[in-house]
Design a protein around this ligand. Structure first.
Ligand SMILES: CC(C)(COP(=O)(O)OP(=O)(O)OC[C@H]1O[C@@H](n2cnc3c(N)ncnc32)[C@H](O)[C@@H]1OP(=O)(O)O)[C@@H](O)C(=O)NCCC(=O)NCCS
Length: 229
């Protein structure tokens, strides 16, 4: 089995480790941290090397690396990490769940296509883009580099999503919509207009009603026979 080094720290690297092992995609050879001074001795029972020391353990001809970093700072940390790995000339893998249906889409490197993702034909997914669980990319849509499409987000057909953009949980981007680079489409947003680079679209918190009750009243707040419509 081909070997891979997970480059990253924190929960995303742990989830990537779990994912690779679950589907036996690679043999995980170790973890890699950015700098020597923050290096642990081992992680999940595997050795940890600083990026500057990776050449002492990696076989550049055969082994792969994967930058495991979530959307923090609007995907900027993952972008910088990916570009550093690229500049150093490592072989960079993409991770694709066997449960994802990608219909032959062009998928770049360092992409993470998670469980139950559905990509319609002729779509393109740029380098270093993560598609989180259950997300949907429509016919002919183009998602740029360094993007993060969160769980259950729907990007309909013939859309473009610019580089480094974040599309939040359960949001819907209507068909033929162009979303710029470095944008944030907030969770649950329904977006039907093109938006330029560096835009944030979010729902208003004013639409959410929060009320608190005494504990003993709570069962009365969800009674099946009162479901009259
Ligand atoms: C769009 C979103 C980022 C911010 O919206 P919000 O929480 O309604 O923000 P508020 O209007 O209450 O925030 C007030 C300010 O704090 C900022 N803020 C809120 N959350 C922030 C965060 N995580 N990081 C930085 N700034 C944040 C807002 O941008 C806003 O700043 P501004 O007044 O300069 O515009 C948020 O609603 C959202 O959708 N997050 C994504 C959730 C998601 O999909 N998670 C997936 C996990 S995999």
């Amino acid at each position: 089995m081909k070997r891979i080094f997970i480059v990253g720290w924190g929960p995303t690297a742990d989830e990537v480790f779990y994912f690779i092992n679950k589907y036996k995609l690679f043999e995980v050879a170790g973890f890699v941290q950015y700098k020597k001074d923050i290096c642990e001795n081992n992680h999940n029972g595997l050795p940890v090397n600083a990026l500057e020391d990776l050449d002492s353990v990696i076989d550049r001809e055969k082994d792969f690396v994967f930058a495991a970093m979530f959307w923090d700072r609007l995907n900027d940390i993952r972008r910088v990490l990916y570009e550093e790995l690229k500049a150093r000339g490592y072989k960079i893998a993409s991770l694709i769940s066997p449960n994802a249906d990608t219909n032959g889409a062009a998928i770049g490197e360092n992409c993470w296509i998670q469980d139950n993702v559905y990509i319609k034909p002729f779509a393109e997914i740029g380098d270093n883009t993560y598609l989180d669980t259950g997300s949907f990319i429509g016919l002919n849509s183009k998602v740029g580099k360094h993007c993060y499409i969160a769980g259950k987000a729907l990007v309909a057909g013939f859309c473009t999503i610019g580089n480094q953009t974040f599309v939040g949980l359960n949001s819907t981007v209507f068909d033929h919509t162009d979303v710029g680079s470095l944008c944030i489409v907030g969770a649950t947003v329904g977006l039907k207009r093109n938006i330029p680079d560096c835009s944030v679209v979010k729902t208003s918190g004013d639409n959410t009603v929060v009320k608190s009750y005494e504990k003993e009243l709570m069962p009365d707040k969800l009674v099946a026979e009162r479901n009259l419509r």
